[in-house]
Design a protein around this ligand. Structure first.
Ligand code: NCD
Ligand code: ZN
Ligand code: ZN
Length: 429
């Protein structure tokens, strides 16, 4: 196993120091961190963060390997500074059995670029009717702890209650895609001024907020853990604040795109901006940024959702919703949160690594580089600027909403259990 000496890194934004990485751990930090024969990594001006952890990634394997495979998505993740991703269950077949989650888990291990932690479906086939075999998935080699029908809402309150009761037994968590389906029939974009002007059916904020309120109450009643996916409205933030003040075990995520982009981007009818939940208003963006700074929203999760050009480059109403996110997440967070002073490096590490690792129960992840810690870390150059070129991305899909945009922060290196998965901005496998 290669030993590395990382020279002059600012650990979580602190003073420059050296790191010795050997046998899967950070062996030493400081001027004595050295050993003969180690590979030297010049980290002058770079910030070392605990490896990022994504609670919400769509890898499209099994079923849509033309859009993304476990391997290509793992490579995108490593290049984005991630060391662990949680893979959503809306594959084909759906990850609703021990067999499918074990398959995804093993594909992740074989790719060896990040830890791929499968999420299990709540209901069979995401159909909302019969509960999936949650216990068998939890007991499987994949050790599933997060369950979600993401892509669909668990709309039936009785099903949601039973799922919360079930996961409580093994300290699991239900991750809800909060969308009251009766309020979003035919919806194409945020319901507001722009949907009226463009003649596209609206997806009202209340469709999200009503489910968050209902499920927060259910989680409080049951005493189980609930996680809210891709929170997108100012009203949702108020409900989350209230739920937390009650002591309910509710956590929430925001995506990078909901921190930066707004509904008026639909004006060009380019479906690259079509996503679920939809891009909202400037007021929503401001509320989401403030909530992430305050901690009412716990984490940033990418909702990386690759789609092929056939599924994306068509008329708006026929296009699939979703955006790539893994390779641009940290730059967008630096742009929207760090540079304006809403987060510092420590809180970036908290929202993108430590807290998501704790929510997912990934005990090897979310540790600051310190002596004895598992060597899962990333090095970022905050002074560099990247210009996003869809053709450069690791996914076979091209649906990034940031094409041509310049963003701060270049991921220079990523280490998974002491092995470099990315060096000099290039994937090592
Ligand atoms: N976010 C999206 O617009 N799409 C996701 C599903 C989801 O996250 O709800 C997908 O699987 O493509
Ligand atoms: Zn969703
Ligand atoms: Zn999703």
């Amino acid at each position: 196993m290669t030993a590395y000496v990382v020279r002059g890194a600012r650990v979580v934004g602190g003073e420059p120091t050296d790191l010795l990485i050997r046998d899967g751990v950070v062996e030493a930090v400081g001027p004595d961190a050295d050993v003969a024969g180690a590979t030297r990594v010049d980290a002058d001006g770079l910030v070392a963060l605990p490896g990022l952890v994504d609670l919400h990634t769509h890898l499209r394997e099994p079923g849509r390997e033309d859009a993304e495979t476990v391997e290509s998505g793992s490579r995108a993740a490593a290049l984005g500074g991630y060391t662990a991703v949680c893979a959503m269950a809306n594959t084909d077949p759906v990850a609703d059995t021990a067999g499918v989650v074990e398959q995804v888990y093993r594909l992740g291990q074989a790719a060896g670029l990040v830890d791929v932690q499968p999420i299990g479906a709540v209901t069979v086939g995401l159909a909302g009717e019969r509960m999936a075999e949650l216990g068998a998935m939890a007991d499987s080699a994949a050790r599933v702890r997060i369950f979600s029908d993401d892509g669909h809402c668990v709309a039936d309150p009785r099903m949601m209650r039973r799922a919360l009761e079930y996961v409580k037994a093994f300290d699991g968590v239900v991750a809800q895609h909060a969308e009251e389906p009766r309020l979003t029939v035919g919806a194409q974009m945020h319901e507001g001024e722009w949907s009226a002007r463009l003649g596209l059916t609206g997806w009202p904020a209340v469709a999200e907020e009503a489910i968050i309120a209902r499920d927060a109450l259910l989680a409080g009643h049951v005493g189980a853990r609930l996680h809210i996916c891709h929170v997108s409205t100012a009203g949702s933030v108020e409900i989350l604040r209230w739920a937390k003040s009650k002591g309910f075990r509710v956590t929430a995520e925001v995506t990078p795109h909901h921190l930066l982009l707004t509904d008026e981007l639909a004006a060009g009818y380019d479906p690259v901006f079509k996503v679920n939940p939809p891009l909202r208003t400037d007021e929503d963006v401001a509320a989401l940024r403030a909530a992430l700074a305050e901690g009412v929203i716990d984490v940033v999760a990418t909702d990386h959702a690759p789609h092929t050009t056939e599924d994306k480059e068509c008329e708006w109403p026929y296009a699939r919703p979703g955006m790539l996110g893994l390779q641009t997440a940290l730059p967008v967070v630096l742009d929207t949160m760090l540079e304006p002073g809403l987060l510092d490096w420590d809180t970036v590490a908290e929202r993108m690594s430590r807290r998501p690792a704790r929510i997912a129960g990934l005990t090897d992840h979310g540790h600051d580089p310190a002596p004895g810690a598992p060597a899962n870390l990333t090095l970022v150059d905050p002074a560099a600027r990247i210009t996003v070129d869809p053709a450069d991305l690791a996914s076979p899909s091209r649906n990034t909403p940031y094409a041509g945009r310049t963003l701060p922060g270049r991921i220079v290196a990523t280490f998974l259990r002491g092995e470099a998965t990315v060096l000099d901005g290039k994937a090592q496998k």
